[in-house]
Design a protein around this ligand. Structure first.
Ligand code: NAP
Length: 325
């Protein structure tokens, strides 16, 4: 049901080479990875960026970004990531589309396996971001793409004049609920507490919107429907009462989990898998850096991802010059 946001180019010819060698490989093409690529390219490193899905990452699926400095009227996520891509492509950045399955290292080099091909690099920046967390309730997997969605920008247009539920109380849930008001007839926001985690300015907007209703202290217990979502069972946490709500769709925004499987057991993370880094984005493995949402940090925003990318690229440059010349 999701709209195709960007055509995926064919795998790059570089992957046909037996043993390609780079100064720096950046894994992930969101704001952190693209900014790292920008700085690394300007430093004239031989850099390769590998992306498996969409350049721009999660940010590119955000309808309107209102807190990125320099855009007083806001800018769409797609437009911002297109501008950033333009900026790095002009510097001649090599980009390949593929899935990195293995990352290993010997004392002096990193080996990156992408779609079965081995690439070598002196340093690596992981900018793999996060993935939407799941509710893990009955019906969620079965009805995914049939009314269960994690992307309002992709699927919102399918819900013109429909009744939908948005689950979550953070920035993502509120921003996307506000976006969905342009299509849906009614949006029920289901949140497990009676206070939103989202920024106050967003919370105020949502509470003032006549299309948005709130189910406080409530969680989703079950999603059901024959061929598509028809009904959601909510549970009120104060009295354990269940409530059946007829809906056409459900958008889930209950936080994210880090895409750090690739380095599981290789470097230090917290218990959720967020990568621990020093101030210069270095992990505990020399030459391996992490940037953006995948890293353990206080504020996950496009601007902090971009800042991480710049810092990581500069630290990687210093590392390469010190250890490989
Ligand atoms: P988030 O800030 O972690 O919020 C997750 C929300 O989901 C919270 O309200 C949480 O409830 C709720 N939740 C978590 N697990 C749940 C469960 N199992 N069942 C029901 N509800 C559950 O996540 P996010 O909104 O996806 O944002 C992720 C990061 O990106 C954040 O750092 C956010 O600030 C950032 N972001 C920023 C912007 C922006 O600035 N414009 C936009 C989008 C995202 P509790 O509140 O009770 O914990």
């Amino acid at each position: 049901m999701s709209l195709q946001l960007q055509i995926k180019p064919k795998p790059h010819k570089l992957l046909d080479k037996k043993k390609a060698m780079f100064d720096l490989i950046i894994i992930g093409g969101g704001p952190a990875g693209l900014t790292a690529a920008l700085y690394a390219s300007r430093a004239r490193l031989n850099v390769l960026l590998i992306e498996k899905m969409i350049l721009g990452g999660m940010a590119s699926t955000t309808f309107q970004i209102e807190n990125y400095p320099g855009f007083p009227d806001g800018i769409s996520g797609m437009e911002l990531s297109n501008l950033l891509q333009d900026q790095v492509r002009r510097l001649g950045l090599e980009i390949v589309w593929g899935n990195v399955t293995v990352l290993t290292h010997d004392p002096s080099l990193y080996q990156v396996t992408v779609d079965g091909k081995l690439l070598n690099s002196k340093a690596v920046i992981l900018a793999t971001g996060t993935t939407a967390a799941k509710l893990n309730v009955p019906g969620e997997d079965e009805l995914r793409g049939k009314g269960v969605s994690y992307c309002a920008t992709c699927d919102g247009p399918f819900y013109k004049d429909k009744n939908i539920i948005v689950v979550g109380g953070g920035n993502a849930a509120i921003e996307e609920a506000l976006f969905l008001t342009r299509y849906a007839k009614k949006i029920s926001l289901v949140h497990r507490r009676d206070e939103l985690r989202a920024d106050k300015i967003l919370a105020e907007k949502a509470k003032a919107d006549p299309k948005i209703y709130f189910f406080w202290h409530s969680v989703v217990e079950k999603i059901s429907g024959e061929h598509k979502v028809e009904e959601v069972i909510l549970r009120d946490l104060r009295n354990n009462n269940s409530l059946r709500v007829a809906v056409d769709g459900l958008f889930i925004y209950i936080g994210t989990k880090p895409n750090s499987e690739l380095v599981k057991g290789l470097i230090k993370t917290d218990k959720f898998g967020y990568i621990k880094t020093a101030e210069n984005m270095a992990t505990n493995l020399p030459g391996l850096f992490a940037a953006g949402d995948v890293r353990l940090k206080g504020l996950r925003q496009i601007i902090t991802a971009a800042a991480d990318g710049a810092i990581a690229a500069e630290a990687a440059r210093t590392y390469i010059e010190t250890n490989h010349n």
